[in-house]
Structure formats: structure tokens, C-alpha cells
Design a protein around this ligand. Structure first.
Ligand SMILES: [Zn+2]
Ligand SMILES: [Zn+2]
Length: 755
């Protein structure tokens, strides 16, 4: 008997080849009906026998298209409808968007084969994509995901492409980003004067490879923004790029042409390889111990024992890789601190003093994104996301949220992101950067507008950090005035804490949970600068139970840039001789008198790391954010807890004696302990403090967040020491740094405020 069913599938189901997949499957099961995208996901109507429909449904759910992620699915019998055949019908959008947006996907193996096969019609075509791969979020104006909602729409498909698009057996059946060299995007290579190089089109990547090997810097427009590239083995050009980018020490990411060469040079474990070849394809930070290549790693990653590497993720990078036998530097195309550039004219304007040549193309990038960055800890292979951008943004795959409000969270300041909860899903923007930079700030405000336009609704609650002068806070206040919207201020470290509680769905367990939130700075409830905080969460309430003993915050923003100032603030009389080497007499007397009048205090563990780096003469001035802490961590190749000593214990009422800790550390160093041993014991001391506080307060569940927990040695130590007695929770789909603040603000608002 003929039956008709309606099937609704939600999740990451648009722009992933879902409709063509359903079409082919329906034909296999002899079913008639329709499939379409709508504002919620994919809607299928099928008519046929009940058994056939059920088998079709189960097969679809058990074995969906490769890059899709199903969130929910439902099957419902409806009044019988008669269809002549099975059809993919155009998107129907009746109400506001309520679906997961699709991130960019790295080029798939099939498309890689196509562009490297001289007999294939896509041979050497850099924008080769299919339903399983290619840019999505980067080129999307709006959803549902259809060609006319993307910037690919400027290119009309040729007959051959149309044939693929309409052929159910083709991998490009209904592929919205389908194009080829006849109808699609074109590339040009020019010098800094805009003069095109006179070479056949087919030779462009060969030419770029030659130019790179000749020591030239090339700005390459990729699908998510410009990259600045140069030969990683050429010391001179790497130094030139450093000086032109005003980036003296910050490590460069290295693009390897193949996994094979990468594995020849570096030890890559299973987890690292999986990340390197995933559809997200981030930069993976790998230990450079046992490096067997011919690169001068001191130039690429000064003073570090690690290297950020990645594999080609777009057709452009793949075609370049095919001509290269060498790894190249591939760093975001921007000036120091500015956002990644994605516009042709702007790139020529801004990068002409850095690059020697430009590879442009005429596909418009709507949402520029940096490369994402991940790292795995050595012992426990714990994955830490350092930067969440291309491949991950803007979806957040977390717990379902009961919510009636439309909430926008403006996040933090240094590593800003925006989070929006306009419907059943939560979206977190790509990493945007430091809002002190005017262009980053502009991209930040545009991103908030983009979200509002995309979902066609303004927020009715705006969440901001408590810091009175964060640009994100001021912007949130401005919007709330303009729209008469409710504004809510949330303390920075509490937002970090709730980001972990949210990621692990811990709000309603009934247990008390210890929050250990350590970072550089955040505006505290008592107007001091917090950063070494311990909280207790229970029944929707967060209480601060302890913190690192306060020390003086000196010289405003300068303190975060100059680790020696943290040392000066924490130094006791025995350390005066060390200070004399780092400051002039005048400076010391100025700072000493500042200290006497100073009212602004801090509990920042980030600054404690700075003081340790300075006292060990490892770093007095940061040239990039977090440099001192990164240098400390990188001194440790391996450690044994048995050889560690503790530099302080907590005092009965939960107090952590910060100055005592530094004093004992310095004594150990003066007695001849090596820098490596001192750093290991310092990290061990920090880990011990966490368990002492947990013990003292009878807490077995510990949630940890804040930039300090990017330190994978500390994470390994904590995991080793926790054993089965304590349960540790870290951020997992989000970075532990300030990128998670916007999400944490929403979690705080939903779970810790009475509304
Ligand atoms: Zn593909
Ligand atoms: Zn074509």
C-alpha cells in the first residue's frame, strides 16, 4: 500500500551533498518524492511502501554523506501524496534560519586526483571542488546553502559543469560550488607594479615554485584569505619576511607539500596525522626533537622546541605543492596585529612592501579566516585548540540549549570572538584578533552585523565583559542603547569557568565543582586585575574561594609586554642584584615609588610565568603575546614527577603565597638547579596547588580554563597527578584562551543568572 512520509534532518546538512545523496538513495529504494533545503535543514517527502521507506530512512541515518553531521532526525507519516518521480527541488525558506552553518572543507582525495591527472578536464584547475570538499563559510552570503547565496554565483556553469550538476551518478551532482577552468574562477600572477608575468596559464604554479626557490616572497590569495609564502629553508628570505612583517620572534607556520616529506622530517604520531589530514586541516604544533630536515628551525621558530606545520587544504595550495619539493613558510597575509587580508586591492596596498609577487584570483571571499591551530600534549595526547577558525567556525557542536531569548555575547578583547544564540543553535565566530587594532575592530563589528543579518533578528540580550574599557564592551553598550536591548556584564574568569561547565554539560550534576581559571588579565569583581582564580560552582552559583596572593600591577599595559616588570613587582630584597641587570637605577627608583602609591593589584598567573621567565633570564620583553610562558614550556623536553620539588604550599585559609613561591624558586636556581629543573618544579608547584585547594575544599571535580592551560606540559602533569581520584575538565571544542569568553558569557547567562 502506498504511504507518504515526511523526513526532517537537522545538523550540518547543507553544502555537504545531502540532497544529491538522498536523491541517489531514493532511486535505489525505488521511492518517489522530493528533497529540499529549508531554513531548518533538509526536508524529504517520500512515497512508496512502508518497508522500503523505513529501510531508506535507516540507511540514510546510519550512513549519511561523508562531511555531514546529523543532529536530529524525524520520520512522520502524512496524508498520501503522489509523485511522478524523485526530485531535488529549490530551497524553500518560509521563516527565519534555524540550522547549522557549514564550515570550509579541505580538498578531498578525489578532487586532488582530478587536478593532478593530465587527462582530466579539471587538470590544474585550482578551484576544483565537489559535494565533499571546498570552501563554504568563506564564500557564503546567506543560507540555505545554494549557489546564489555564495560568491561563486558570479560564475555561470558551462555545459560540461551543468551536465555534472544534473547527473545523479556524478560526484558533482548538485554541487553548489561546481566550476571549471572554462566557466570558473581565474588566477593571475603579477609583480608589485601590477604587471602580469608573461607565462602560459598552465605554468603559473611551476613559476611560483621557481620564484619561491629563488628567494622571493609571494602573497597567495587562498580560498580563505591571503597567505605570505617563502622558501622555509632560505635563511635570508625568512629573515626578510620577519623584518618586513615586524615579527622578530613569533613562529611561522610551515606548509609541507606532502605528508610523506613531513614524516621524513618530523616524528608525527597518529593523533597529529589525523588532525593534519582532517577536513578541518589545521596547523598542528609538533615537537621538533629528532628533526631530520634541512631547515634552520631557529629562524622559523626561535627558541622553541616545536614547529607549527600544515598540509595543503585548497586546490591552490595543492597545485603549488605538486610543483614544490620543499616546505614553505605560509603565514597570514597581514601586517602585525591586523586581520588577514582577503581583498585584491587591499592586498596590493598593504602587502606591496612585503611581497615580491601576487597570486590573485577573482573569487570574492565573504568571510576571511585564519588557519586554525591545534596541539597535542606529549604524554596523554590531550588535544588543545589554540585558534579556532577555518574549518571549525562558525558552528559549535555542543549540548542543546533550552532558550527563549536571542542572545549575543561580545566576548573579550585580545582574542576576540562573537557568539550568537538566535535559535536552537549556537554560533561562534572565527577568531578575530586583538581589538586594539582598528581593522580587527571593524571586522569584529561587521561580524556582529553579519550574524544579525543572516538570522534576520536582533538580539534581545547583549552580554559583555565587566571590563569598562574593552572595545567589545563599549560596542555592546552602544548596541544595547541603540536597540533598547537588555545588557548584562559578566566577569571575565567566571565566563572562562562557565565555558568549561558548558562544554561538559556540568551545570546540573548537583556536585560542587572547582574552577581553576588562570590567565594574563581580566577585570575582577573587586576592580583588581584577576588571573589566578579558584571558584566553587554549585546550584547555579559561582563563588570565588581563593586566588594567588595579590601583587602590584605596574605601568598599565606595559606590564604584560615586559616580563621583567612582573619580576620587579614580585621581587624581594634578595633579588635586587637581578633587577640591577635589567633596569637602570633611575627606572628602579621610579618603579619603587610607583609601587608605594600603587593601588591596582593583580593575582595573574600569566604575570607569574613572566616573572619566572625573567628571573631565569629567558625573556625580559615579549615580542608576541604569551612569549615568555611559551619559552618556559619549550625548555622542557621531558620530566619525571619524582624529580620535582614544590616551591610553596597553600596556607590554611586557601591563600597562595605568590612571593614566597618566587623566592623559593630563585633560591633553588641560585643553588645551582638547572633552568629546566626549575621550570619543571615551577609547573609541578602550580599543579600541586590545584590539588591542595581541591583537597582543602573537598572537591573532586576540577574545571580548568584560561590561557595558562595552553601549556601542555602542565596539562600532562595534572593528568598524571589526578589519577582516578580527581576528574579534570578542560575546554575541548574551544580554545582555553579568551576565544572561549563569548561562549562562556552565554553559558553564564543561561545557567547562572535568574531571569
Ligand atoms: Zn572533492
Ligand atoms: Zn565549467
Amino acid at each position: 500500500m502506498l504511504k507518504t512520509y515526511k523526513i526532517v534532518i537537522t545538523g550540518q546538512v547543507q553544502g555537504v551533498g545531502f540532497r544529491p545523496f538522498v536523491y541517489v538513495l531514493a532511486e535505489q529504494f525505488n521511492l518517489k518524492g522530493t528533497v529540499s533545503n529549508n531554513e531548518e535543514g533538509v526536508i524529504i517527502y517520500v512515497s512508496g511502501s512502508k518497508n522500503n521507506i523505513l529501510s531508506f530512512y535507516n540507511s540514510l541515518i546510519d550512513n549519511p554523506p561523508k562531511v555531514s553531521k546529523i543532529n536530529n532526525h524525524s520520520l512522520q507519516e502524512i496524508e498520501v501524496k503522489r509523485f511522478d518521480d524523485f526530485q531535488i527541488i529549490p530551497s524553500q525558506k518560509n521563516s527565519k534560519l534555524n540550522l547549522q552553518l557549514t564550515p570550509d572543507f579541505a580538498i578531498c582525495e578525489d578532487c586532488k586526483d582530478d587536478i593532478s591527472d593530465s587527462k582530466n578536464r579539471r587538470y590544474l584547475y585550482p578551484f576544483t571542488t565537489c559535494v565533499n570538499c571546498g570552501p563554504r563559510w568563506a564564500i557564503t552570503n546567506t543560507f540555505p546553502f545554494e549557489r546564489n547565496h555564495t560568491s561563486i554565483n558570479e560564475f555561470e556553469m558551462c555545459e560540461d559543469c551543468k551536465n555534472e550538476y544534473t547527473n545523479p551518478t556524478n560526484r558533482r551532482f548538485h554541487s553548489q560550488t561546481n566550476s571549471c577552468s572554462t566557466c570558473g574562477i581565474s588566477i593571475i600572477l603579477n609583480d608589485t607594479k601590477g604587471i602580469l608575468l608573461k607565462i602560459p596559464k598552465a605554468d603559473i604554479f611551476k613559476t611560483i615554485a621557481t620564484l619561491l626557490k629563488d628567494g622571493k616572497i609571494i602573497a597567495i590569495k587562498n580560498t580563505s584569505g591571503y597567505l605570505l609564502c617563502c622558501d622555509a629553508s632560505n635563511k635570508l628570505v625568512v629573515q626578510k619576511l620577519r623584518s618586513k612583517k615586524n615579527r622578530p620572534h613569533k613562529p611561522f607556520a610551515i606548509l609541507y607539500p606532502s605528508l610523506k616529506l613531513l614524516k621524513k622530517h618530523l616524528d608525527v604520531n597518529t593523533n597529529q596525522q589525523k588532525a593534519l589530514t582532517s577536513t578541518e586541516r589545521p596547523i598542528v604544533i609538533i615537537s621538533k626533537t629528532n628533526f631530520k630536515g634541512n631547515l634552520d628551525l631557529e629562524d622559523l621558530a626561535p627558541n622553541l622546541n616545536q614547529l607549527g606545520v600544515m598540509l595543503p587544504y585548497s586546490g591552490i595550495l595543492q597545485l603549488l605543492a605538486a610543483e614544490l619539493t620543499i616546505p614553505i613558510v605560509a603565514t597570514s597575509g597581514n601586517l602585525h596585529g591586523s586581520p588577514i587580508i582577503s581583498n585584491n586591492e587591499e592586498s596590493e596596498d598593504v602587502l606591496q612592501h612585503i611581497a615580491d609577487y601576487f597570486l590573485h584570483h577573482n573569487l570574492k571571499i565573504i568571510n576571511p579566516q585564519d588557519d586554525s591551530v591545534v596541539k597535542f600534549s606529549t604524554t596523554f595526547n590531550h588535544e588543545v585548540l589554540f585558534r579556532r577558525s577555518r574549518g571549525y567556525a562558525p558552528n559549535y557542536f555542543g549540548v542543546n540549549l533550552p532558550n527563549n531569548n536571542k542572545i549575543m555575547a561580545m566576548g573579550s578583547h585580545l582574542k576576540s570572538t562573537i557568539a550568537y544564540l538566535p535559535n536552537d543553535y549556537l554560533y561562534i565566530s572565527q577568531y578575530l584578533g586583538n581589538l586594539d587594532n582598528y581593522d580587527v575592530y571593524n571586522r569584529f563589528t561587521q561580524t556582529s552585523k553579519k550574524f544579525i543579518n543572516l538570522f534576520e533578528q536582533k538580539p534581545d540580550v547583549l552580554l559583555v565583559d565587566k571590563h569598562p574599557t574593552y572595545q567589545s564592551t563599549l560596542f555592546g553598550i552602544e548596541l544595547s542603547k541603540k536597540w533598547q536591548t537588555r545588557l548584562y556584564k559578566i566577569q571575565h574568569h567566571k565566563a572562562h569557568f562557565t565555558s568549561v561547565l558548558g562544554e561538559h554539560n556540568l551545570f546540573n550534576t548537583g556536585d560542587s565543582i572547582l574552577g581553576v581559571i588562570w590567565d594574563g588579565t581580566g577585570y575582577g569583581d573587586d576592580d583588581n586585575i584577576w588571573g589566578g582564580e579558584f571558584f566553587n560552582y554549585q546550584s547555579k552559583k559561582i563563588e570565588r574561594i581563593s586566588h594567588f596572593e595579590y601583587f602590584d600591577w605596574l605601568a598599565g599595559d606595559k606590564m604584560a609586554k615586559e616580563p621583567k616588570l612582573s619580576l620587579l613587582s614580585l621581587a624581594n630584597d634578595n633579588m635586587q642584584s637581578v633587577l640591577k641587570d635589567k633596569f637602570s637605577k633611575e627606572e628602579i627608583s621610579i618603579y619603587q615609588s610607583l609601587k608605594k602609591q600603587n593601588r591596582l593589584k593583580t593575582s595573574s598567573v600569566g604575570r607569574l610565568f613572566d616573572a619566572v621567565a625573567s628571573i631565569l633570564n629567558i625573556c625580559d620583553i615579549n615580542t608576541y603575546e604569551g612569549e615568555a610562558a611559551i619559552l618556559l614550556e619549550n625548555r622542557i623536553i621531558n620530566y619525571s614527577l619524582d624529580n620535582c620539588k614544590s616551591y610553596c604550599t597553600i596556607i590554611d585559609d586557601n591563600k597562595i603565597p605568590t612571593k614566597q613561591l618566587l623566592k623559593n624558586l630563585y633560591l633553588d636556581f641560585k643553588r645551582g638547579a638547572s633552568k629546566e629543573d626549575v621550570i619543571t618544579s615551577f609547573l609541578y608547584t602550580l599543579a600541586s596547588i590545584i590539588f591542595q585547594i581541591a583537597n582543602h575544599n573537598n572537591l573532586k571535580r576540577i574545571a580548568l580554563s584560561g590561557g595558562v592551560f595552553q601549556n601542555t606540559v602542565l596539562i600532562d602533569m595534572l593528568k598524571e597527578m589526578a589519577q582516578s581520584e580527581y576528574k579534570l575538565y578542560f575546554n575541548r571544542n574551544l580554545a582555553p584562551n579568551d576565544e572561549n569568553i563569548s561562549y562562556g558569557q552565554i553559558m553564564y547567562y543561561l545557567n547562572c543568572t535568574k531571569d
